[in-house]
Write a protein that binds this ligand. Sequence first.
Ligand SMILES: [Fe+2]
Length: 373
Amino acid sequence: MENGFENGELTIPTETLRAWLEEGKPVFVLDVRPKDQREEWQIPGSHYIDAYQRLREGDASVMDEVHIPANTPVVTVCEAGRTSRIAARELMKKGIEVYSLEGGMKAWSLAWNEAELKSEDTKIIQVRRTGKGCLSYIIGSRDEALVIDPSLDPEVYIKLASAKNWQIKVVIDTHIHADHLSRSRELTHMTNAELFMPEQDKANFAFQSISNNDVLKCGTSILRAISTPGHTLESTSYILDEKYLFTGDTLFTNGVGRPDLKADLDSTKARARLLYRSLQKLMTLPDETIVLPGHTSKPIEFDSKVVQKPLSEIKVSVKMLRLHEDEFIDRVLHGIPPTPPNYISIIEKNLRGDYSDINPVDLESGANRCAIS
Ligand SMILES: [Fe+2]
């Protein structure tokens, strides 16, 4: 049996669960991981039972403690898809329609959903890795598309663009990422699009440099670069038609970027100062500017709602933005979250522009840890 276990239990791939959630099919997602893993990240709307240890010890009675609504299929989930099969087997004995998620949360790391924004004849599709919270964007105008920070299989962007009759002409990153592998280079190879990166001399592959105030055209729209060093030295934000601001990991809807990755204390301080000045520069943009960040710290719901905020709201809600420079630096240094897993290897592969020697989910699995709030 291709997808099932020998005794009739079934597994489903992440793509099936993703599609069910996207279309709003009623499904009871049951997470059976240890509590600390659950707290780190989870599938939106999923339910939890602290059953991991007991299932591993062969105590199946723990599954009697779950209350599942009638006539609702269940999908059991664990870290890699093994303990969830034990849980599924137990639920199946009770006559419940149940599936185990193949590859578990590790595989779920690549699950995505989308949300769309329309501005006159230009559209923006926000493509979201729901678990990790990585946000990438396809801007489409006339028959052309420009992709910012692709973090999923290039096919995802190619399919979404072709469904709108757009051809991907330009791919661009906001900075050299530390929490996910950039798919920019691969996407340009598959589409013949041009690859742009913020000006720097660290990446070991061919790209076109983009510097402060440079502009790129996409159909009738104009994307302008705003240099915003701090999170990394080359970090660059982009503003579309002077209205939609793609901030990468410089500014989030609920916090600011971390300036410490691959930096010692002195360089972290120096980068925090740059970050402060970059943020102040962004704060001079009109209040109605819509901020579209590179990440969100929570798993993204299948709700088709764009993760966005007007600058006016961020100015109020992100209190750090109102601090003086030295207070800001102090606050940043005291608010740095734990480093993302495997970030050194991820940066190294992004600088090489090649990750063909590994399976991306082995490096990228886990929650996002980019924001300080
Ligand atoms: Fe980043």
